[in-house]
Design a protein around this ligand. Sequence first.
Ligand SMILES: [Fe+2]
Length: 205
Amino acid sequence: MKDFVQTVNSTMKKEKNKIKPFTFKIDIVNKTLSNPDSHIVRKLSSMKGQYLDETSYDEMIKKEDTVLYEVYEKLVPEMEGELIQGLSIVHPGKVGKEYFMTKGHFHSVLETAELYFCLKGHGYMMMETPEGDWSAEELLPYTASYVPGRWAHRSINVGNEDLLMLFVYPAHAGHNYATIETKGFRKLIIEDNGNPKIIDNPKWK
Ligand SMILES: [Fe+2]
C-alpha cells in the first residue's frame, strides 16, 4: 500500500481572517497531537532509491511495506507571516546499515528556515545547501535544531525508540522533495559497531 495523507479536518485552506489563536497538546505516550489537521504516513515504498543498500531494501519490502515515519500537522493559511507546526515521529530501524530517515526536502521558498525541538529519542538532523555545505546536528530530548534558509533537511533516527520532534516553519515555505529524490544527500548515517557514523554518499549525483 502506498503512503497516504489523511486529512482529518476538511478546513485545510483556512482563510486568513478566520484564523483564531489556538493551543494544542502533544501526547508523547500516544505519539500524537490534539485535533490534528493532517496525518502523513510514509512507508518504505515511498523511499525507493533513497537507501544505499538496495538489496536489503528489496528484501525488506518483499516482507512488509514498513511505516518509516509519520507527521501530524496543525494547518494555518499558507501565507507569509503564519507558521505551520506539528509533530514528526521517525520510527527506529535500519535498511541494511542505514537508519530509518525522512525523505528530506528543500523548502520551495528556499530562504525559509525551520525549527525542530526534540521531545524524545536520539537522532540527527542532516542538512546541506545547494552550494555544497553540510551539517549533521545531533538531536536528544530537549535539544532544538535550527535549520536556516537554503538548507535541505532530513531527520534520521539512530536510537532504539521513536524519535519525536515538534517542528515549526513558515506557512508559505512549501516542500521541494524532487531535488533530494534525484540527487540524494551528500552524506549518510550508518551504524558502525553499534554507533552512528557519517559517511560520504557514493550515490550522490
Ligand atoms: Fe522543512
